[in-house]
Design a protein around this ligand. Sequence first.
Ligand SMILES: Nc1nc2c(ncn2[C@@H]2O[C@H](COP(=O)(O)OP(=O)(O)OP(=O)(O)O)[C@@H](O)[C@H]2O)c(=O)[nH]1
Ligand SMILES: [Mg+2]
Length: 338
Amino acid sequence: MFVDSAKIFIEAGSGGAGCVSFRREKFVPHGGPDGGNGGYGGNVLIEADENLLTLLDLQSKRHYRSQSGSPGQGNNKTGKSGKDLIIKVPLGTKLFDAGTGKLLSDMIVHGTQVIAAYGGLGGRGNAKFASSAKQTPRIADRGEKGEKRELLLELMLLAEVGIVGFPNAGKSTLLSKLSAARPKIGDYPFTTLYPNLGVVRIDEFRSFVAADIPGIVPGAHLGVGLGDKFLRHIERTKVLIHLLEPDETSLERFHALNKEMRLYSPELSAKPQIVVINKMDMPDAEEKWESIKETMNSIGIEPLTISALTGKGLKQIVWCVAQMLEELTAKNSVELVD
Ligand SMILES: Nc1nc2c(ncn2[C@@H]2O[C@H](COP(=O)(O)OP(=O)(O)OP(=O)(O)O)[C@@H](O)[C@H]2O)c(=O)[nH]1
Ligand SMILES: [Mg+2]
């Protein structure tokens, strides 16, 4: 199951209590205070892990607590620190404080760790309270409480390319032909119920990650179909492949999907798109193509044609995406120099 948001409670361990103790040795009648400090409480850490794909684990287990520090001991021995607790999340997870809504971190690099709740400090043992005026202190601190908070985690997939379209357009078929991903394919709408990722090879050295986004229909922003919740997974993409079936309503559908994206976020609809007419192997496709091309050209769009089923035209799409990604990278670096 694909889970892209979760709320969890985390609590870091408390510090161990300080110790009240006095040195006791034969022939030393008045040994001084030797109570050690308590150990630190363990922290709660969040770690980005490329092997995870969803936040499913966090939805089934919602409470997390790291170990507390051990109390200090006599002979000035500091208590053992509590162990840190590490919670792993998929790449692309954003961490928010659920109480304030503040973004704490964006976990995009494999292996990165952030401390989401600090463990408490250990309490001071009585040795720390000794002074010339008070040589036999019988007090020690309690350990400090560990931090606790509610965390909201939101996964936003990291893909450079998003494949969007109406249900049945062939998005999953296309992803399965371009990559090793094996999303479910079916001749009925809403076969795909959650986004799928695939790595697409351009050549020996280059590749990009593409996401197949479940079908969008008019009114998605109002919750029609699967709604527009999955559109957030293309917020980080650089290029969109807008997939259409070859029929009389292609242009209408093209505008309808763009409208849904615009309603979701103007930035989404401003992303560069490659418009692709799929299923060109169908018997009447060539016939319909002429009028589709004409209407698309009239609004300044030059669509590509493919058959995801037979593989025709797929190389061209990959090259076209590669070129666009390269141009965007070059453009960004020029902007940086400016
Ligand atoms: N003839 C033909 N059929 C295709 C082509 N691409 C996909 N199909 C068929 O169209 C149907 C839908 O394909 P999917 O890949 O599941 O479409 P989708 O866009 O992922 O659909 P949803 O997940 O429901 O949004 C399946 O029966 C596919 O076999 C194509 O190039 N030619
Ligand atoms: Mg699909």
